[in-house]
Design a protein around this ligand. Structure first.
Ligand code: ZN
Length: 307
């Protein structure tokens, strides 16, 4: 019976969000599967009353005995957001780099699930082997810490599954794109590249985090009173920049929003944000200054009272 390699996206191909990709190798009688990412998508007005949409995992739940594990590229919600909901029906091992792993643990804790025995922490730039798949983690740059591409070697050849990426020559926090490794993967030959990069069809270059920091420093330095800055909470480089600017402009800083605090804690736990000053609790009227910077998560529910 002929063995073959299959790629089966259950979400995320040709759409934004809800990334969940399956790869399989084997013949019809004996086929082994891996899952790359397990995300959500945010619902719009076309589905009133719905906030989040998960991929339909029924196909792989039926095959869970042949599932070798879930491999996560990075910690954005559209890549990990549905894991604590779908995993209980799969109960397989999960592979993630340290920052992603901390955020996954939080998700499972909220659901009172102990994931310790199933969560395997993978060092940056290292390799794992799952049955016929040899998976090499490749450091890329993106708007979150530890974005990994996966070079997946199979008996049929190599697939480069990038996760999300942009090429940022100055990411400020975390490593630069591992150009050397990408070149060597390319030289050996890739049979398919499965990739995701927002605005990939727009010509030109995306700006770097360093440019954003310089520009924000200039703008905030010219302000006399309180400054509000908003961002996706998961953009730790942006968060680090705001701490840096607060220090340069001698201002207090307050973080607002549950996810902002969660990401701050996770980044610290993984050894990032080492040299930043402690943020001030926005409810502590004695400590806050009139010209402080308030850094709040997009959509944070607590914004009304702090603004
Ligand atoms: Zn992403």
């Amino acid at each position: 019976m002929k063995e073959n390699l299959l790629f089966c996206p259950l979400g995320g191909s040709g759409e934004i969000g809800m990334n969940m990709n399956l790869y399989a190798y084997g013949n019809e009688e004996n086929r082994k599967w891996i899952i790359v990412d397990m995300g959500v998508t945010f619902a719009d007005d076309s589905v009133p009353g719905v906030d989040l949409i998960y991929p339909d995992a029924g196909f792989i739940i039926d095959k869970k005995d042949d599932l070798l594990g879930i491999v996560l590229t990075h910690a954005h919600e559209d890549h990990i957001g549905s894991i604590s909901h779908i995993w209980p029906k799969l109960k397989c091992e999960i592979y993630a780099t340290p920052f992603t792993a901390v955020l996954i643990q939080e998700k499972f804790k909220e659901k009172k699930i102990d994931i310790t025995n199933y969560l395997k922490i993978v060092e940056l730039n290292s390799q794992i082997k799952l049955g016929p798949f040899e998976i090499d983690f490749v450091t890329l740059t993106h708007s979150i810490l530890e974005p990994n591409g996966l070079s997946i070697t199979t008996p049929e050849g190599v697939i480069l599954h990038t996760g999300d990426w942009k090429v940022d020559p100055n990411p400020l926090i975390g490593n630069k794109v591992d150009e050397k490794k990408l070149r060597s993967i390319g030289e050996k030959g890739v049979i398919a590249m499965v990739c995701d990069s927002t605005n990939v069809f727009s010509p030109g270059r995306a700006g770097s985090e360093k440019d954003v920091r310089e520009s924000l420093l200039k703008i905030i330095s010219n302000q006399k009173k309180r400054v509000l800055v908003t961002s996706f909470a998961s953009n730790v480089a942006r968060m680090e920049s705001i701490f840096y600017i607060a220090k340069q402009t001698k201002r207090n800083i307050s973080l607002v929003g549950r996810s902002m605090h969660r990401i701050y804690k996770a980044a610290k736990q993984c050894g990032y944000l080492k040299n930043v000053v402690e943020p001030v609790d926005p409810r502590d009227a004695n400590k806050i200054s009139k010209d402080r910077i308030i850094f709040y998560a997009l959509g944070a529910k607590e914004n009304q009272w702090v603004l």
